[in-house]
Ligand binder design. Structure first.
Ligand SMILES: Cc1cc2nc3c(=O)[nH]c(=O)nc-3n(C[C@H](O)[C@H](O)[C@H](O)COP(=O)(O)OP(=O)(O)OC[C@H]3O[C@@H](n4cnc5c(N)ncnc54)[C@H](O)[C@@H]3O)c2cc1C
Length: 472
């Protein structure tokens, strides 16, 4: 096992895309296999130091940033163990890079439906964060495709969890060879969600680990469900002259099943302004809808769109244009992250989602909030899943304060409507107080109880999901 201790060797493990600056660690372990993961855990326990699991560091909430102790990096556990074409399954070590996996699948004419947006991330971290992707509108997030995981526990053993193997009984208790755990009393919302431990009556243990942000153990291996390679798709970007038409158009697209849509994304005016740096021919307009779809039945589209005034429509059908428009979608979060890195600020970034019937009200609230707060902002994202990213760009303390109070206001509204405080980026070390607004003190106490049962030595992912002080 590689062990790094020198400052310059470990500095890159002390950050992710959140720009949080408190990272520090005594040692970084880079195991090649499960026994070495267990060895690293044993060593950390002996030295009485906590352990933070580390993937590629593309997380946005400081989840992999250690606040002292040891890091276990999965980077050398990057083997694709098998791709079983007949049974549509793949088994991978946790450190496989998403892009490498997708390329292998392409050769076999197979596809991994969560299609995580950030392709440099590791597949094990995708499971640890329940990552979503470009087609989650159609296929859902990572959770649905995880069939089995292997996890190194703080008791220094490996728990192999196959979906269906460990299910909560009538009393809500799940029994494994290493621990017995009672599932939380709260129920997770039935919407896109990556906030806190998952909980549903009669739930499967595997779902407790998916999205647990490195707090329960180190995922060493995963088995994932696959489907056949997708048919050819085209991308269409509709530039709307009137933003007020957005929800109308959206409703028509969603109710017309013949349109066969894979992704449905929204860009308001300011986000288009940022993208203009790379796409100078973006027309004068109020917003845009980005749609990836299978059908070439343009008549259907004409029917949907005929009554609306569009400033322009871009279509990416051949490989070159398709890839150019993929870039249109990808580049915005990258440009925003880059901007924050340059100004050395932490984003004030909302990742809220609400139930579908409440979305129109929430969408109107976002626009009001933008006007009222008077801080530079962009809104973009997964409108088909009732989930938009609202990013404030505060320039000084006063603006930061105003953005933070607007954030609280928005969280209150989303939570009252049965929404989530994080649809995809997780809680990490940044969003504890919002999670408490979602589940209340009682919900957080339930999460602490779960953590103490499964990780009785309380060494993993400290300060992720809730403050570590609650453990003692
Ligand atoms: C430009 C950009 C776009 C993004 N778009 C999306 C998006 O659309 N949807 C989305 O969901 N996310 C998105 N993300 C966030 C990020 O890519 C995901 O959260 C991803 O799953 C993180 O993977 P990583 O390997 O970088 O993990 P890291 O950042 O290294 O770690 C993330 C968390 O997982 C834990 N962890 C890592 N490996 C393990 C393991 N083996 N066992 C247990 N815990 C582990 C870490 O401790 C940490 O808490 C985006 C990020 C960027 C930079």
């Amino acid at each position: 096992m590689i062990i790094k201790k020198e400052t310059e060797q470990i500095i890159s493990y002390l950050e992710d895309t959140s720009n949080l600056k408190f990272g520090r660690a005594d040692v970084v372990y880079i195991p090649k296999n499960e026994s070495e993961v267990l060895e690293a855990i044993k060593e950390a326990k002996k030295n009485k130091i906590p352990v933070t699991a580390s993937g590629a560091g593309t997380g946005t909430t400081g989840g992999r940033i250690p606040q002292g102790g040891a890091v276990i990096s999965l980077e050398k556990m990057n083997g694709i163990i098998s791709i079983d074409k007949n049974n549509f399954k793949a088994t991978l070590q946790a450190g496989v890079i998403v892009d490498d996996f997708l390329k292998e699948l392409e050769k076999e004419e197979l596809f991994y439906p969560p299609f995580p947006t950030e392709r440099t991330a590791f597949i094990g971290s995708n499971v640890a964060t329940n990552a979503s992707g470009e087609y989650s509108y159609r296929f859902g997030a990572t959770r649905k495709y995880v069939e089995r995981i292997r996890v190194a526990l703080s008791m220094e053993n490996i728990l192999d969890i196959k979906r269906g193997q460990y299910i909560a009984d009538g009393q809500g208790i799940i029994t494994t060879p290493f621990f017995k755990v009672k599932i939380p009393k709260y129920t997770s919302p039935q919407i896109k969600n990556a906030a806190g431990y998952f909980s549903r009556p009669g739930m499967d243990l595997i779902d407790l680990f998916i999205g647990s942000e490195g707090t329960l153990g180190i995922i060493t291996e995963v088995e994932l469900k696959l489907i056949l390679a997708l048919p050819k798709r085209l991308i269409m970007i509709l530039f709307l002259q009137k933003d007020e038409n957005t929800l109308d158009i959206l409703g028509k697209i969603q109710s017309n099943k013949r349109l066969n849509v894979y992704s449905l994304e929204y860009f308001e005016k300011n986000s288009l302004g940022i993208l203009k740096k790379l796409f100078p021919n973006i027309p004068e307009c109020e917003s845009a809808l980005y749609i990836e779809q299978e059908t070439k039945d343009l008549d259907q589209w004409l029917k949907v769109l005929e009554e609306y005034s569009l400033a322009d429509t871009w279509i990416g059908e051949n490989e070159r244009d398709y890839n150019k428009l993929i870039d249109f979608r990808h580049k915005l979060p990258e440009l925003i992250n880059e901007y924050f890195r340059q100004i050395k600020q932490i984003k004030v970034s909302l990742d809220l989602a609400v139930p579908e019937n409440y979305f129109p009200e929430f969408f109107a609230f976002y626009r009001e909030m933008a006007k009222k707060t008077e801080v530079e902002y962009v809104i973009f994202g997964h409108i088909g899943e009732n989930h938009l990213h609202f990013n404030f760009f505060p320039k000084n303390d006063e603006e930061r304060k105003r953005s933070q109070s607007a954030y609280i206001e928005a969280v209150k509204k989303a939570v009252q409507a049965g929404g989530t405080v994080s649809a995809e980026h997780g809680i990490g070390k940044l969003k504890h107080k919002y999670l408490e607004m979602m589940y209340g003190k009682a919900g957080i106490t339930e999460m602490v109880r779960i953590k103490k049962t499964i990780d009785p030595f309380c060494i993993f992912g400290l300060n992720n999901i809730f403050p570590k002080e609650l453990l003692y």
